[in-house]
Design a protein around this ligand. Structure first.
Ligand SMILES: [Mn+2]
Length: 231
């Protein structure tokens, strides 16, 4: 059987302007039985349709903050954005969902999913919300625990229990989009995983399973569920 092709949204260094990709994402897709295909940045509608037509699933990668104007707020001074990524991803994500293509959204991707469907974000967690845990711990460290909520696809996949997650985020979901349901919540009450109930696989996670792929069976199971949905 043909392996599913997974489009991956490119990373963009906001200092140098260079597009790039981390092999954490591509290796996680390879090792889960998919073929990774890194998309170029574009917001041209024809090109976006062509890119979607070439893949069986789309992985929205991590990255900088989403411009707060996209959810109707003036930006906090701490916010760093990539207008090119916002421009492409806020078009591509609804197109993929409408087309019924499985979508897996990591970190920035999870925030993008929430914004694209009408939700809002905490623009600067450390100054705006009293967090009991460190959500922006650098490196591969497990920063906090998330409770997997009952009767969710994540609970069906890995069990209704607490999971340790790495956590490297400056922003987070504030108002959850109406079309999304929470799947996991941090110790200090942030929604850190979401899904769209009426779709086969539209998932977002606030942590980085691609970074913990080697050391976390939970991460491997989540990637395997995504690739399986793309077949
Ligand atoms: Mn976190």
């Amino acid at each position: 059987m043909k392996k599913p092709v997974i489009g991956i949204l490119p990373l963009k260094d906001i200092e140098t302007g260079k597009e790039w990709m981390s092999d954490n994402y591509t290796n996680a897709v390879f090792r889960s039985g998919g073929i990774p295909l890194v998309f170029p940045l574009t917001d041209d509608n024809d090109r976006l349709r062509d890119l979607l037509g070439a893949v069986d699933g789309v992985l929205f990668s991590g990255g900088p903050d989403i411009a707060p104007e996209k959810y109707g707020e003036a930006p906090d001074p701490t916010v760093k954005v990539s207008p090119e990524r916002d421009g492409m991803e806020l078009k591509l994500l609804p197109m993929a969902i409408d087309a019924g293509i499985p979508v897996f959204c990591i970190c920035r991707g999870e925030q993008l999913l929430n914004v694209a469907l009408g939700g809002t974000l905490w623009q600067d967690l450390p100054s705006m919300r009293d967090c009991g845990v460190d959500h922006n711990q650098s490196g591969e460290h497990y920063a906090h625990r998330n409770a997997v909520l009952p009767s969710t696809p994540l609970a069906s996949l890995i069990g209704e229990r607490e999971i340790l997650v790495n956590s490297l985020h400056h922003q987070a979901i504030k108002a959850l989009a109406p079309a999304l349901m929470p799947m996991a919540v941090s110790e200090d009450g942030l929604v850190e995983a979401v899904y769209m109930p009426e779709k086969s696989f539209v998932w977002g996670v606030q942590w980085h399973p691609e970074r913990s792929f080697d050391v976390s069976e939970d991460s491997r199971k989540i990637f395997a569920a995504f690739i399986s949905a793309c077949k």
